[in-house]
Design a protein around this ligand. Structure first.
Ligand code: ATP
Ligand code: MG
Length: 288
């Protein structure tokens, strides 16, 4: 099967003022894959998503080989099918659920093949709870329902590349499991995903390919299952599997407790899987 590259960065550098948040970051997202980026707070994960969306000035290259324009504007990226669901979710709080969803399809309004009603039904099939609450205003939803709405609104635009920033942030383990399972299901609907997730174990279990970022640099990459077994990743990002957390798949090995969000930023060193492996579905895991 020919592997299609949807997005790629090469030697990407992003600065906030004089401080560089990303140095020389090269990542590739291939069609049909879930790619995850694991890293401690401040590693540059959100910055990477914002740069890919076209929201930040940068040097180096950001390419979308499937779409003709070399430097797409934010609007062109959205119309091409690139979609970012930010950590803040950014819902229209006083508007009903269904209006939030319909707004998600706005960018497709001139697309003759697009049917908002049909897409809405697809979203309701994926998240039946949104259908039950379709007349309720967004700011009365629970945290999990708000995340479902943010995902559903993104799906209304029929994205080809969906970038998710911390979709399980603040959610209970069971809801996290539901959200991660829904994300895994999107891959089967031909949506490719770049997933940033505080729950590194759950992200690595569901992803095909993974990058580890530290202080603005990619320090390790490879098939997600190989990265999840890397001793340095286990020690820095996975820690002991919390037995009460049903959002995660069985761990290859357990280690003394260390919360993902407070993972160390010590250097992982060489990008052990960088050269010899090609991206593929080999790393695909399951959510228990
Ligand atoms: N608007 C900004 N102005 C100045 N510095 C910023 C800005 N946004 C981010 N930074 C800095 O850039 C670095 C990367 O931040 P970023 O938000 O991308 O990290 P992150 O990996 O997403 O972290 P987290 O896991 O906490 O969300 C951090 O040092 C942060 O303080
Ligand atoms: Mg972030």
């Amino acid at each position: 099967m020919v592997e299609v590259v949807l997005a790629r960065t090469e030697a990407l550098r992003v600065c906030y003022g004089r401080v560089a948040a990303l140095h020389d970051v090269s990542v590739t997202i291939r069609e049909g894959q879930i790619v995850t980026v694991v890293g401690a707070n401040g590693a540059g994960k959100t910055t990477l998503l914002c740069a890919l969306m076209g929201l930040l000035p940068h040097t180096g290259r950001i390419e979308f080989p499937q779409w003709p324009t070399a430097a797409l504007t934010v609007g062109e990226r959205i119309r091409a099918g690139v979609c970012l669901v930010p950590e803040t979710r950014d819902l229209f709080g006083t508007m009903p659920v269904e209006d939030n969803l319909r707004l998600g399809g706005f960018s497709r309004r001139r697309d003759k093949a697009y049917s908002a009603s049909r897409t809405l039904e697809e979203v309701y099939t994926l998240f039946p709870r949104l259908k039950e609450r379709r007349r309720q205003s967004a700011n009365t939803l629970s945290g999990g329902e708000r995340q479902m709405l943010a995902l559903g609104r993104a799906l209304m635009a029929k994205p080809k590349l969906l970038m998710l920033d911390e979709p399980s942030l603040g959610l209970a383990p069971l809801v996290t499991k539901e959200i991660i399972a829904a994300i895994a299901g999107l891959r089967d609907r031909n949506v490719s995903i770049l997933l940033i997730e505080q729950n590194a174990r759950a992200a690595l279990a569901v992803a095909d390919y993974a990058y580890v970022m530290e202080t603005g640099t990619v320090t390790l990459e490879g098939p997600a299952d190989a990265v999840a077994r890397d001793q340095r990743v286990v020690e820095s990002y996975l820690g002991a599997r919390r037995r009460e957390d049903p959002a995660v798949a069985p761990a290859p090995q357990d280690r003394p407790a260390a919360e993902e969000r407070t993972a160390t930023t010590s250097s992982i060193g060489d990008r052990r899987f960088a050269a010899p492996v090609r991206q593929g579905r080999a790393g695909q895991g399951s959510v228990a």
